[in-house]
Design a protein around this ligand. Structure first.
Ligand code: MD6
Ligand code: FE
Length: 214
């Protein structure tokens, strides 16, 4: 039987302890559906450039779905149950997204993964994400499932401290990363996006990160 969502089911690469890269894991039809889902989501919860606590505007545009969404503004990084832009609850995580995250987590050894927060990042050429840890979630034993869409990017993983040599990870549309275990709190980021044209996602890279936040 064809594996649900699966383009490539052969490869599972250990990038560092606890981090699994599933290259090309999402099939072409699912990518098209996700593209449509992102458009629907962004009509209700628009992409916006959030402010960092230091007062800078992020180069990456963001929105969320789920019972909680990750936000940043002058008062800090946190999860909220309502979208600060509209005052309404964040839209639900589309059923197919939830199912995809659960399935990918299972491939990496996590049974019964149920995400309550999905951050959607949108990168235009030049946009990047500085080295950071994902530590606003309550339970670090739960992995983050990350889905890359559209233009390729260079992700980097640094280690427990924001210094020293980093491991480069080149990621393309349809790649999935499941990240838990020993390196769950390691510093990481995304290098500035290069220009390009993806047949489906155009001049952008999108990234979905599923979390168990609450
Ligand atoms: C991105 N991803 O790929 C940013 N964080 O656009 C992340 O910051 C990230 O991919 C934690 C776990 C997986 C990730
Ligand atoms: Fe992150």
């Amino acid at each position: 039987m064809k594996d649900l969502f699966s383009g490539n089911v052969e490869t599972k690469i250990a990038v560092c302890p606890g981090m699994w890269l599933l290259p090309g894991w999402i099939d072409a039809v699912t990518l098209e559906q996700i593209h449509a889902d992102i458009n629907t989501l962004s009509e209700v919860a628009p992409f916006r450039h959030m402010q960092t606590p230091g007062g800078h505007s992020m180069s990456v545009a963001m929105t969320n779905c789920g019972s909680a969404g990750w936000v940043t503004d002058r008062s800090g990084y946190r999860y909220t149950t309502a979208d600060p832009l509209t005052g309404s609850a964040w839209p639900d995580i589309p059923a197919r997204w939830q199912s995809l995250a659960t399935h990918a987590a299972k491939v990496a050894g996590y049974a019964d993964y149920v995400s309550d927060a999905c951050l959607v990042n949108r990168y235009a050429p030049g946009a990047s994400m500085g080295s950071h840890q994902d530590k606003n979630e309550q339970d670090y034993t739960q992995p983050i499932v990350s889905v890359s869409l559209g233009l390729p990017a260079r992700f980097f993983v640094q280690g427990p401290e924001r210094k020293g040599k980093s491991i480069p990870v080149d990621i393309s549309s349809g790649d999935v990363i499941v990240w838990g275990g020993e390196s769950r709190l390691w510093f990481h980021g995304v290098r500035p996006l290069k220009e390009g044209a993806d047949p489906l996602f155009g001049a952008y890279r999108y990234n979905l990160t599923f979390r168990v936040a609450l």
